[in-house]
Design a protein around this ligand. Structure first.
Ligand code: ADP
Ligand code: MG
Length: 284
């Protein structure tokens, strides 16, 4: 394997969903993902940005093996990841997902310790006697006191739950993490904290990350490269700075214009303005 070969590649991916227009409407097809190509290198954070319905979650679910695709393929370390493929088990171990609200689908009667330990059950080389220590280590990594293992999900704040979700994903020591709107449901201050935590953990452990968000503002802090999706297609891609500073596609500019930024004024104050809107100083 050549150095810096992609850990995950997606080639010409197509995903269609059958749809029906109205109650007695004709059957149709929704092209949720069309001709998507991308590569993620080891340790790299690739952000996928796009408005609601642009196909981001569908793309993530196909890469994670949770949704079927109608065309193209997904490769892990250069090998296809279809169920039954020799590398499939390795892929499942190394690919983990963090969702927007993972607790909505989890058993509320399970304690945090058991929820976090769940990820270890499928790993034959980790004996059950090591679970408690691994859970403690995983909680410490996400800056939660190990005593959180004895709490129930409903006893946690939104930010704490998302930390637990991150601990659950990282306890398997994955080399690739998919975060789908992982901080989007949190309020502003907590969002910034959890985003910082995720960025710190990524640089500490060096996993590659597909970071999905509808919010271009969070991309600045975590992404190396950015892909912009619109109606199932990639409409623009580039380094984080190129996308944020010199967006070429009108759709990217629209997404960027939705982000307010804080700027220091020549007088030493701070003002809030929208990107691509001239600053007061040069609007004379
Ligand atoms: N299981 C499904 N069945 C039918 N249509 C779906 C399904 N999942 C997603 N879609 C449609 O595919 C498109 C892309 O959805 P999604 O990938 O969830 O977008 P995003 O995550 O960018 O908001 C949307 O039009 C959505 O309604
Ligand atoms: Mg989505």
């Amino acid at each position: 394997m050549p150095e810096n070969a992609p850990i995950v590649s997606v080639e010409n991916l197509k995903v269609d969903f059958p749809v029906r227009a109205g109650l007695f409407g004709r059957r149709g097809v929704k092209h949720a993902v069309r001709d998507v190509n991308l590569e993620i290198r080891p340790g790299e954070v690739l952000a996928v940005v796009g408005g609601s319905g642009s196909g981001k979650t569908t793309l993530a679910r196909v890469i994670a093996g949770l949704t079927r695709h109608q065309g193209g393929r997904v490769l892990f370390n250069g090998h296809g990841i279809e169920p039954g493929a020799p590398d499939y088990a390795d892929y499942r171990r190394n690919c983990q997902m963090v969702f927007q609200d993972p607790f909505s689908s989890l058993d509320p009667r399970m304690k945090v310790g058991a929820l976090v330990a769940e990820g270890l059950r499928a790993l034959p080389d980790v004996p059950a006697s090591h679970y408690a220590r691994r859970v403690e280590e995983a909680l410490t990594n996400v800056a939660l006191d190990p005593s959180f293992a004895r709490r129930f999900p409903h006893e946690l704040s939104g930010g704490q739950r998302q930390r637990v979700a991150i601990a659950r994903a990282l306890i398997r020591r994955p080399s690739f993490v998919i975060a789908d709107e992982a901080v989007s449901a949190l309020d502003v201050t907590v969002r910034a904290q959890v985003l910082r935590l995720l960025a710190d953990l990524q640089s500490k452990f060096g996993f590659a990350c597909l970071f999905i968000t509808h919010d271009l503002a969070v991309v600045e802090q975590i992404a190396d490269r950015v892909i912009v999706m619109h109606e199932g297609r990639i409409v623009e891609e580039g380094t984080r700075d190129a996308i944020l500073d010199t967006p070429r596609h009108a759709y990217t500019r629209r997404l960027l214009n939705a982000i307010p930024i804080l700027e220091t004024t020549p007088a030493g104050g701070v003002e809030l303005r929208w990107r691509n809107e001239p600053a007061a100083a040069d609007a004379t």
